[in-house]
Write a protein that binds this ligand. Sequence first.
Ligand code: UDP
Length: 239
Amino acid sequence: MNEARILGVRVDCLDMNETLERLEHFVDEGGLHLVATVNPEFVMRAQDDAEFARVLATAQLCLADGSGVVWAARRQGCMLRGPVAGVDLVEPIAAMCARRGFRLFLLGARPGVADELAASLGAAHPGLAVAAHAGGPDPSHDAETLGLIREHRADALLVAYGAPAQELWIDRLRDRLPVAVAMGVGGAFDYLTGRVPRAPTWMRRAGVEWLHRLVRQPWRVRRMAVLPVYAIKVLSAPK
Ligand code: UDP
């Protein structure tokens, strides 16, 4: 089983190491590859947002970001050991870039956040070529952002504008992005710079990271209200 289809959304059955191998191959191969980190909110949005569903369908990789997607994929026979979340990929991607001499660009989050993360990744991986910019998903930022990405000669681009803005942004600029990997990572930069605390390991292992998010960021309740609907729809969909 190479992929699952969760309420119509494709999820690739890849664990962390396989994902990193695939990303490395994408850079070697060249040409733009869109990588999406699919969580239940993505799946639910894709149900009634045709544009988002279309963009997800064009992604070269749809990773299982979160236990809700891993659970649904396993029901279809996907041999996933656990989630492959964007936030967990940033550090290993930086390590891979340093090892292979690939150039990394961090885009998004509030001003200063991506710069801070770039500095800490650069310190942890001597020789890593990493640049950062806050930018924004609005087209008014495009010229400056594309100029900086080009100037850095980036191979891999991590976009932290939140979903669906980041995936739509990558799709909109698909023909002008001079990178091999463009991946949406949501709030990853905020977590990795400690601006938003992550759930403790035991909660992540138990698949209840969403509960921690809800307690720390109660305004998410409206976005998370789709989770029970997601679970019911997955249980009632044919396997
Ligand atoms: N963000 C941004 N520009 C915008 C809107 C959002 O850079 O116009 C950033 C925001 O600072 C945060 C991320 O996008 O770092 C969204 O994080 P969130 O946790 O909401 O994303 P999720 O992981 O839930 O998709």
